[in-house]
Design a protein around this ligand. Structure first.
Ligand code: ADP
Ligand code: MG
Length: 698
């Protein structure tokens, strides 16, 4: 790619294209729709659709698709061609406003968590004009929301848009109190950093576990892992460089701001970070990024692994959700300001986030809960399952002095007064980032680090936006009725710090002592595994929150809860069956063959010299026998337990059974299998090893 600025967004029907191609009044109406959510008149939609189609055909498109994000966590699409029959057996290319604005889709094969039973199976997709249409694989992609005919949402985008609206509404109320009459809306912005692994495709194809479950279910520790710390930010190997180059180019064409790329901690692990943008667009772009990552990998003879824990002995992969709030006039509300008044505003928004994270710890934990991410959280490579916040020493010090009415750092003569003094500026530049903290303030944004690498970022941002909206709403209720705004604001900030400082922790989150303190002294949640976390989704306080801000109705909360809990059980069930099949069909037969080879070898050796000891062969046969015996016994335990689970009907109970009974059996199967892998000759072992996989890409 020679000219990046020219190629950037070349496949996107963005504002520049709209301005160039749409008639002036249509463009204006379209802009209003994008910025204010105004409904498009059908006559205007017709013109937009036709222009989009002409543009798309010039770029080689033959089809269009309503692209949506059902509860599967990935995106869905159904393609229709533009063709329409014409005279004499010919066709013309057509695309109407009606087709652009709304699509029909059979909702019955997507997860709906009980909504399906009560409602019609039909669903529809509605155009989201705030996210640009684009062309991929010769189709025009139209980003859409997905609902059932009775109006219940069946996707991740609708609640995300609703949560952004809720946040905007409440933030504007606060800004009005600070005398800002200019701002009409507020957007949350996100920059998601994405980790991934690359392995050689041929090796990947030989591992059923990677193919079916995305992670290795067995695999002995290789002689070298990540202990030398020689991969992080290391020079990038030629095959990976070629991959990353093409990935960047494809993403740029789609208007995605791919910015940073580097090697991560584990061998074979890498990261891509885009420049932040509006949350719903960042969400669309992150879904696209994950898809394109996989597609380009295939072209390079590679497989891109997005699972949270593909390999046991090295770090897993996560996603960092960098989040902030920005006004439509371009002010970042989490950026400390220049004047005392701006500082008071910054502190109030900061307090809203602190209170939100403390009061809705469970929702944040739930937003990253999955069978895959459970292998990562709390295992000394990712934040623990406990939610806490890191503000940095300086900002924590400032909050302390505000709370106690003392002078900041002892050097200042006067105590820091909100609305009177300017905050000390130096903390903005401090870079002592605490990498062990789940929710860290990084100067002008918060970085939430608990997301799994395969997660859609929608869920996390729905939770953050809604919880912060709720706290801002509470603040606005108080301040709008206050006689003296400055005093009320001052005492509100003090009270919030006092009531919620237990969530602030600047120490090492990986430390066992922290877990004890967090739970026993501070009373924070420690929701270790997905089923423990998910049960809180349907707590009344959470349902009330979503209802109040019109993000989910009660039914929608229940449906999501059910989908998530079922998904957890299904994932582990697939893993258990895959592991069973690998052991039965490949590992045990291979082990027998090797034992036979050893026995034959003893026989033939002794035929020559009857007194030979054959210690190696005999010892190995014995070890193999003991390990394969364990493997076989555990395998049957696995099958029996899977059978037992079938008689349980309560969904949460089922999930807990998978966690408490199936996972431990899978672990002991793995232990026996990994023991065998270490003693069996390489040519007999049926799978590529960790060493093969992790160091396969050069
Ligand atoms: P790190 O040290 O964690 O890699 P960076 O400064 O490189 O941090 O930023 C990480 C991500 O944060 C990038 O995607 C960046 O675009 C994003 N980011 C920066 N400012 C904001 C903001 N105001 N809102 C949301 N994301 C932001
Ligand atoms: Mg980061």
């Amino acid at each position: 790619m020679n000219n990046v600025p020219e190629a950037f967004g070349s496949m996107v029907f963005n504002e520049t294209v709209m301005q160039q191609r749409l008639p002036r009044d249509v463009y204006k109406a379209m802009k209003k729709t994008i910025s204010e959510g105004k409904k498009l008149d059908i006559s205007i939609a017709n013109i937009v659709a036709n222009t989009m189609k002409d543009w798309a055909i010039e770029k080689g498109a033959t089809h269009f698709t309503h692209w949506f994000q059902p509860m599967t966590g990935i995106t869905a699409e159904k393609h229709d061609s533009f063709i329409s029959p014409s005279v004499g057996g010919t066709v013309i290319m057509e695309f109407s406003g009606k087709e652009l604005v709304k699509g029909e889709s059979d909702a019955s094969s997507f997860p709906s968590g009980g909504l399906r039973a009560t409602f019609e199976a039909r669903g529809y997709t509605a155009w989201d004009p705030t996210s640009y249409a684009f062309i991929k694989d010769n189709s025009l992609y139209i980003p859409t929301a997905f609902c059932s005919y009775s109006g219940e949402v069946l996707d991740k985008k609708t609640p995300l848009l609703r949560s952004m609206e809720a946040l905007s509404k409440q933030a504007v109320r606060i800004l009005r109190l600070f005398g800002n009459d200019e701002v009409t809306s507020v957007n949350s912005t996100v920059g998601p950093e994405q980790e991934y692994f690359l392995v050689d495709r041929e090796l990947y194809n030989k591992r059923k576990d990677l193919q079916f479950t995305g992670r290795t279910l067995i695999g002995a520790k290789p002689p070298k892992g990540q202990e030398l710390e020689d991969h992080y930010f290391g020079s990038i190997k030629p095959r990976v460089t070629a991959y990353m180059k093409e990935l960047d180019e494809e993403l740029w064409k789609l208007g995605i701001y791919a910015k940073t790329k580097h090697n991560e901690v584990a061998p074979g692990q890498h990261e891509l970070a885009p420049i932040f943008t509006t949350t719903n667009i960042a969400t669309d772009h992150n879904q696209l990024t994950m898809e394109v990552m996989k597609k380009i990998a295939r072209k390079h003879g590679l497989a891109c692994l997005l699972h949270e824990k593909p390999f046991n002995c090295v770090n897993g992969s996560g996603k960092h959700n960098n989040w902030s709030i920005t006004t439509n006039t371009g002010i970042n509300l989490l950026e400390p300001g220049e004047t005392p008044y701006e500082n008071a505003q910054f502190l109030l928004f900061l307090c809203a986030v602190i209170k939100a994270v403390d009061e809705y710890q469970d929702l944040l934990r739930i937003s990253v809960a999955s069978a895959g991410n459970d292998h990562r959280l709390g295992s000394n490579e990712a934040p623990p399952a406990i939610i806490s916040m890191f503000l940095g020493t300086e900002l924590s010090g400032i909050l302390d002095s505000i709370e106690n009415g003392t002078s900041y750092d002892g050097k200042e003569k006067e105590q820091l007064k909100i609305g009177v003094h300017v905050l000390p500026r130096f903390f903005r530049d401090t870079t002592d980032r605490n990498r062990t903290s789940p929710f860290a303030f990084t100067g002008n944004k918060f970085e939430f680090r608990m997301l799994g690498s395969s997660d859609s970022i929608a869920c996390t941002n729905i939770m953050i936006n809604t919880a912060v909206a709720e706290e801002l709403c509470g603040f606005a209720d108080i301040l709008e009725n206050a006689d003296n705004f400055t005093e009320a604001c001052d005492s509100l900030i003090k009270k919030t710090i006092k009531d919620h400082k237990r969530i602030i922790f600047d120490g090492n989150g990986y430390d066992d002592a922290w877990i004890k303190e967090a739970v026993e002294v501070r009373g924070l949640h420690n929701l270790e595994a997905t089923p423990d976390a998910l049960e809180h989704f349907i707590d009344q306080s959470n349902i009330d929150l979503f209802k109040k801000h019109k993000v989910y109705n009660e039914l929608e909360v229940y449906s999501r809860y059910e989908i998530l809990i079922e998904n957890y059980s299904k994932v582990i069930n697939i893993e258990a069956l895959t592991l069973g099949e690998m052991v039965e069909k490949d590992i045990l037969p291979a082990v027998s063959k090797y034992s036979k080879f050893l026995s034959d070898s003893i026989i033939s050796k002794r035929a020559v010299l009857p007194t030979l000891k054959c210690t190696f062969e005999e010892d190995t046969i014995r070890k193999i026998d003991s390990l394969s015996d364990k493997l076989y016994t555990e395998l049957h335990k696995l099958y029996n337990t899977l059978e037992e689970i079938k008689s349980i009907s309560h969904k949460l109970e089922i999930a807990k059974h998978y966690k408490n009974c199936i996972l431990p059996i899978m672990s002991s199967i793995r232990e026996a299998s990994d023991g065998l892998e270490l003693i069996i000759a390489k040519e007999y072992w049926p799978y590529p090893t960790y060493a093969d996989l992790l160091f396969s890409v050069n």
